[in-house]
Design a protein. Structure first.
Length: 280
């Protein structure tokens, strides 16, 4: 039976040009949550806390996966990629060898919320060509049962493939809605027993495994290795992201939006930014 390995309560901070974010995973958890580097729950009911957005900034060596819950975010980047996604839609950007992009949010009735996950690329793929992809709401497979609704963003769930697959690293990402007092019971197949699995509970509350201690939103949860996952929703139901991937098990050198394997690679990236040779 899978149980709680660690809990991650969000730390409130400001990013970009003044966007309120709640950081769930970050620099301090980079090795224990490998290959997931960062998880931000961003947004607010006040436009003053997000309208300045995330103006142009660089990335190298990672993928950013943005899932909107409310409002919209517009992406533009140095490859010519651009697009706007709304609630229930996904932007998946492979920064690879280097990209400069902006993410500018707009609210829905004054509110905007989303989740951004950073996935660390393995060393052999750090310098691949940048790619920008989108996943529309109608293209996300949905599996509904009497207890849950599962949106399959990536990976495979009950023999159905997600709307997008990782180009360089397989990853499971599901958005799970549990009805009040219902249970999410799943068996981890042998193919994925080496994955590190996590939850991000963004609405409601759950209990996990044999524990009756409630986990209240917003909260990140690292799961132990195991075969059976048993998650029960509270009286008002619950919504959580369920995500996992095999760890890279490689050194991590991280400076701001650039994540490589060595300090020398970080220094080179910064030198290239300063000299105008960052984009390949």
């Amino acid at each position: 039976m899978v149980s709680v390995k660690a809990l991650y309560k969000p730390q409130k901070m400001t990013e970009g040009a003044g966007v309120t974010v709640q950081r769930v995973l970050g620099f301090e958890t980079r090795y224990e949550c490998d290959p997931f580097l960062l998880l931000d729950f961003f947004g607010s009911d006040s436009e003053l806390e997000f309208k300045a957005g995330f103006p142009e900034h660089p990335h190298r060596g990672i993928e950013t996966i943005t899932y909107m819950l409310k409002g919209q975010v517009k992406h533009t980047d140095s490859t010519g990629g651009s697009g706007t996604i709304g609630a229930g839609e996904v932007q998946w950007m492979t920064a690879g060898s280097g990209i400069i992009h902006s993410e500018m949010p707009t609210g829905e009735n004054g509110a905007m919320y989303g989740i951004q996950l950073w996935l660390n690329l393995p060393q052999e793929y750090k310098m691949v060509k940048p790619v920008y992809r989108e996943l529309r709401r109608e293209d996300i497979p949905v599996v509904e049962t009497t207890s849950s609704q599962v949106k399959i963003i990536s990976g495979k769930y009950r023999k159905r493939d997600g709307g997008l697959q990782g180009l360089y690293k397989p990853i499971d990402i599901f958005d799970v809605k549990l009805w009040p007092d219902s249970v999410f019971d799943e068996v981890i197949t042998p193919d994925f027993r080496d994955y590190h699995y996590f939850l991000f509970v963004y609405e409601g509350e759950i209990t996990l495994g044999n524990s009756d201690k409630p986990i209240l939103a917003p909260c990140g949860v690292a799961l132990t290795q195991g075969t059976i996952i048993h998650i029960r929703a509270g009286a008002n139901g619950a919504n959580f992201m369920f995500f996992g991937a095999e760890p890279n098990n490689e050194p991590i050198a991280w400076h701001g939006p650039i994540v490589m394997n060595t300090d020398a690679e970080i220094r080179k990236a910064i030198e290239e930014l300063n000299s105008g040779t960052f984009l390949k």
